[in-house]
Design a protein around this ligand. Structure first.
Ligand code: TYD
Length: 165
């Protein structure tokens, strides 16, 4: 089944110069990258991304981690598309807990648990189709993705926006 999935290279991955290594590992999936960008993550975006974990005791620390307060204030977001994309990316990504993850997976190789108990696991990958849709729509506008993944509509807006001077 053809699917799409959201990948984030988290601030620890960027700080440790792991972008190239992680993208090289993900190329083993033979999936297509259909969107990519670097983002400074706001609290609102971090909260919405991890909304399902809002009652966890580590939620606030998790937000700070995703916002880059402990590393660099940026995240690389990508959409991978192709056959069985969600499971193929999750398999190379490895388990949530980096100490339990397969040592040759990305999280097993590059992740760690901080003294505050946060799993710094270098990357995020969507867990199922419903979450992938919610997350891709949260991180990307339709025009930032070169494939037609979900239905769109056109709206007329008069908004001020910044252009090159
Ligand atoms: P979760 O969505 O459960 O896992 P995954 O990222 O594998 O889909 O958790 C989101 C992030 O929260 C996870 O990548 C790391 C962090 N986390 C902790 O810091 N401690 C924990 O006990 C758990 C379960 C997650």
């Amino acid at each position: 089944m053809t699917q799409q999935t959201l990948v984030l290279i988290k601030p620890d991955g960027l700080k440790k110069s792991l972008t190239g290594n992680i993208l090289t590992r993900l190329s083993e999936t033979k999936l297509d990258i259909v969107a990519a960008k670097i983002i400074k993550v706001s609290r609102e975006l971090a909260e919405r991304h991890y909304i399902l974990l809002k009652d966890k005791p580590f939620f606030n620390e998790l937000l700070k981690y995703l916002m880059g307060e402990y590393h660099k204030k940026k995240v690389m977001a990508l959409v991978y598309w192709g056959e069985d994309a969600i499971n193929r990316v999750r398999a190379i990504c490895g388990s949530t807990n980096p100490e339990e993850a397969d040592p040759v997976s990305i999280r097993g190789a590059y992740g760690r648990i901080t003294t505050k108990g946060i799993y710094e696991n270098a990357m995020h990958a969507s867990t199922n189709e419903q979450e992938a849709e919610r997350e891709i729509k949260l991180w990307f506008n339709p025009d930032e993705i070169i494939a037609e993944l979900y239905p769109t509509k056109t709206v007329k807006e008069q908004v001020e926006r910044r252009v090159w001077a």
